[in-house]
Design a protein. Structure first.
Length: 192
């Protein structure tokens, strides 16, 4: 049986929300494994992704051109938890996974898998950058790995993924480590 995007997002959010809640203010300027962002920038980006993909679930366009500063707007950690709840409900709405959505006219399910991947991989980025533990849901990892394998060439052209990282322990690496490597991350990244 195929899991719905909303079920998968619910599982991913349950792992991501504690990471975001665990980010302390003194860590906001620290680097992350996602090289173009520090912790502040990545937390802002992830919140923007969660909000914009709510619109896409409703077959509306999303605006990624502006980069709002959500972290200056009060309880952003609580807002992240609230917005992930809204995201799960948006993708549970009848028809959310059907047809196409967004200005690129992509399959709605594919876009749902993209936000699922962001919620999972960026939660790891933030956890690793702030010294927290993160163990993703294995069902989510399987879904994202399959989806991202198909999306990787386009994602690299668009700059969303870095070049794949070669793992020295490819044979014994976990599925999640292979997923991180596919997106251009070193699964063994440590805070400098």
């Amino acid at each position: 049986m195929t899991n719905t995007i909303s079920e998968l997002l619910d599982a991913a959010a349950a792992r991501a929300v504690p990471v975001v809640r665990g980010i302390t203010d003194e860590r906001l300027d620290d680097p992350t494994p996602c090289a173009e962002y520090d912790v502040r920038g990545l937390a802002n980006h992830l919140l923007q992704v969660v909000i914009n993909f709510q619109a896409m679930a409703a077959k509306k366009d999303a605006d990624f051109s502006a980069e709002p500063d959500y972290l200056s707007e009060g309880d952003w950690r609580g807002r992240f938890a609230d917005e992930t709840d809204v995201l799960v409900k948006a993708w549970a709405a009848p028809g959310a996974e059907e047809g196409t959505t967004g200005s690129m006219g992509m399959a709605a399910r594919t876009l749902g898998e993209m936000v699922l991947g962001d919620l999972t991989v960026h939660a790891w980025d933030l956890a690793r950058a702030t010294g927290q533990e993160f163990t993703p849901d294995p069902v989510v990892v399987g879904e994202v790995t399959e989806s991202f394998a198909a999306l990787a060439p386009m994602a690299r052209k668009m700059g969303a993924f870095g070049e794949a990282v070669t793992l020295p322990d490819e044979e014994t690496a976990s599925e999640f480590d292979r997923l991180l490597a596919m997106t251009g991350r070193n699964p063994h990244w440590q805070q400098p």
